[in-house]
Design a protein around this ligand. Structure first.
Ligand code: CA
Length: 709
């Protein structure tokens, strides 16, 4: 049997497409169906609790259609736990249902659950904050523990989903932390590091110090128990994760899950392997292929793995109201599966975001032409990928700590930055040959390019700038950080940043030698936590990020939705000298208010003078500040400070004039005119925000080694 597993013949004979896999609960009875076509016998074990010696009953299951096994148990089983005993030849594997909706402590037994009883009050009325285009998103990447694990957070539910539900929390200086901080910052989406049930934190020892990012999946359809206030009672983690989503939604923040279907923590001991040996993993000869760098890789091209992934994301989207999915090592999956997921999520809500890492961490045992890598993003409508072009272009290569980037003085990166400004979409003004990182315009539409300078992987932006700029003053490194963020937030595409970047986050090693951690996947809280007390020390940086977000929200010109719009409206300004990139955007159909936007990035250690197109311009971003309040005016030319960005605007759009959405600026003159308009720009930005119009995974293998692609 093993020889034919994973072949198309096997799928033709056995693939099951029903929607009743798992434990289907009603108050009267629960029906079980498990797909195990290679089994000789299957039985259901019912337990009173999620762990311990309390087996209630073992019920033989009947062989049913297409390799599935079924049984039905009368009575109200809500709160009972279960496993399957799957006999294959002489071996009997006890496995948790792949479709289990919750588990006991450490995920070793599935739970039969009345899901409606887990809904927090008002959850039926919970709605996703309004959101249409991917380019309107501002994504904030955050680990559940990191939010609240430093005492300076002022959050009561340390390391828990419920930490996201606390309002009014402050640091020792009385400055907002947690939820209030995120809301004030203006993000539209929070991307939460893995929060399905993962293996490496012992949920029975939560009073001892433990930490893991969570890229070690155990139960894909179950929240992580250590993030709940009671991992022993499976209904608690379900309810508390829903409370997190509900509260974030009430505060106009959508929630994206980081999903890791590309591998499992264990291979031989995984529920996949114990249920249908060798079906869910790719092999290369006799060995498990290892494109994840974690010991195995799953086989999305097989019917039941593909179905599993589709069913899983749809379940999270429907049951927990999750608003987006970030696919870890998406290049391990095949494009057909990713498009099938897109289609399935569109039926739930087309505004649900999908993007991932367009690479693998080793060679995959599938034809490269089929892989959902960055080079194949072009084939996958509304599926995005992280842009390592902009990341490394801005800060330097993530694999070489000392390498610098555009903001830190590396020469010759102008075309790379231009490539990033257009969201990696086709553009004749960009010299592709000068961007050594990408041989093609890989993004079909800007919404497919996830633009960032830092994420959980590798050095934080601040640590990278520190390590790669020895002898450079802190003042200049802050300028570099501000320029980096200005590039991310003014580029076409989807801005994304690691939580705490706006507070110059660092990940200090907890050793006597000091230093910082570039792979903190299992480092202590003291390394990983957000240090809220630092917010007060770097408030100007925080305000800068907040201002960049507000400016982006106020100007549709920065959020164009098609490559064609960018080609038609964005014009690079030539002849400005080295290490300067500048462009104007005019006549964009998405421009609600301002008629024309001009953006300049000056990475030189001297100021530069940039000639301006005719007319008077208002400055909204400079090296010091960013936002919707004019910082001054300029005509003829403008001086751009050393290592800084500048953004200017002028005019009122034709659209706005026609719809009368702007104030009667004609009745005012001079400075007051612009002040009134500035006020409206800000109000407009806030309104639009409210309306919502608005690596490579370095795999954490045991050696902490990493590879790319
Ligand atoms: Ca767990």
């Amino acid at each position: 049997m093993r020889k034919v597993i994973g072949t198309t013949h096997f799928d033709e004979a056995f693939a099951y497409d029903g929607d009743d896999l798992g434990a289907v609960y009603t108050k009267e009875s629960t029906k079980f169906r498990v797909w195990a076509p290679t089994a000789d016998a299957v039985s259901l074990n019912l337990y009173k609790e999620g762990d311990g010696d309390n087996l209630l009953e073992t019920i033989p299951m009947e062989a049913d259609e297409r390799g599935t096994w079924v049984c039905e148990k009368q009575g109200d089983l809500n709160g009972r736990y279960y496993t399957y005993s799957i006999r294959i030849d002489d071996a009997v594997n006890e496995a948790v249902d792949l479709y289990a909706r919750s588990t006991g402590v450490n995920g070793n037994r599935g739970m039969i659950l009345d899901l409606r009883s887990t809904d927090p009050e008002g959850f039926e009325e919970d709605v996703r904050p309004a959101f249409v285009n991917a380019t309107d998103a501002v994504i904030y990447e955050l680990h559940v523990r990191d939010l609240s694990s430093d005492p300076s957070s002022g959050i009561q539910n340390v390391g828990k989903f419920l930490g996201f539900t606390e309002k009014g929390t402050v640091n020792s200086q009385g400055i907002a932390t947690g939820l209030d901080h995120m809301k004030d910052l203006g993000i539209t989406h929070v991307q939460i590091l893995p929060s399905y049930d993962y293996a490496t934190v012992d949920e029975s020892k939560l009073d001892t110090a433990q930490f893991n990012w969570g890229y070690d999946p155990k139960n894909y359809n179950v929240p992580e128990g250590s993030y709940s206030t009671d991992p022993y009672h499976g209904e608690v983690r379900v309810k508390e994760m829903k409370q997190m989503v509900q509260t974030l939604h009430e505060n106009d923040i959508r929630v994206i899950m980081d999903v890791v279907y590309n591998h499992t923590f264990n291979t031989e001991e995984s529920w996949f392997q114990k249920t249908v040996p060798d079906y869910y993993y790719r092999k290369s000869g006799d060995a498990y292929s290892n494109a994840s760098g974690c010991g195995n890789e799953t086989a999305s091209e097989r019917a039941m793995m593909r179905k599993f992934m589709i069913d899983s994301v749809v379940y999270w989207a429907e049951e927990y109201h999750i608003d987006g999915f970030r696919f870890d090592l998406m290049g391990v999956h095949d494009t057909e599966t990713m498009m099938a997921i897109r289609e399935a999520l569109d039926k739930v809500d087309p505004s649900i975001m999908m993007y991932g890492e367009g690479w693998t961490s080793g060679d995959a045992a599938i034809e490269s032409s089929l892989q959902a890598t960055k080079n194949h993003i072009y084939q996958m409508d509304r599926v995005g990928a992280f842009s390592d072009d902009i990341r490394d272009g801005i800060r330097g290569n993530v694999f070489y700590p000392l390498d610098t980037g555009f903001v830190s003085g590396k020469e010759g990166l102008e075309e790379r930055i231009k490539f990033s400004v257009v969201g990696a979409t086709e553009n004749q003004q960009v010299d592709l040959a000068a961007n050594e990182n990408s041989g093609n315009f890989w993004s079909r539409q800007p919404g497919q390019s996830i633009n960032y300078a830092s994420c959980h992987d590798n050095l934080t932006l601040w640590d990278k700038l520190t390590i790669s700029n020895e002898g450079v003053s802190e003042e200049d490194r802050v300028k570099m950080n501000k320029l980096a963020s200005a590039i991310v937030f003014t580029s076409q595409g989807v801005p994304f940043f690691q939580a705490g970047e706006e507070m110059l986050r660092t990940k200090p090693l907890q050793t006597e030698e000091g230093g910082v951690d570039e792979n903190s996947y299992s480092a202590p809280d003291a390394t990983n936590s957000l240090k809220w007390d630092n917010k007060g020390n770097v408030l100007d940086v925080y305000e800068y990020y907040k201002g960049l977000i507000a400016f982006r929200k106020a100007h549709g010109a920065l959020r164009m939705t098609t490559a064609g719009e960018i080609q038609a409206n964005l014009t690079f300004i030539d002849g400005l000298g080295e290490n300067v990139v500048a462009y104007t955007i005019e006549n964009s159909p998405n421009m609600e208010i301002a008629e024309e936007v001009l953006v300049i990035y000056n990475a030189n250690k001297d100021k530069v003078s940039v000639p301006l197109p005719e007319g008077e311009w208002e400055i909204y971003i400079n090296g010091e500040k960013a936002g919707c309040e004019a910082l001054g005016t300029a005509a003829g030319s403008v001086e751009v400070d050393r290592i800084s960005a500048m953004a200017l605007t002028r005019g009122i759009s034709e659209n706005a004039k026609q719809t009368g959405e702007t104030p009667q600026t004609d009745s005012h003159g001079g400075k007051s005119d612009s002040l009134v308009r500035n006020l409206w720009l800000c109000i407009g930005g806030v309104c639009l925000a409210v309306m919502g119009i608005f690596g490579y995974k370095r795999k954490r293998n045991n050696a902490g080694k990493e590879t790319k692609r």
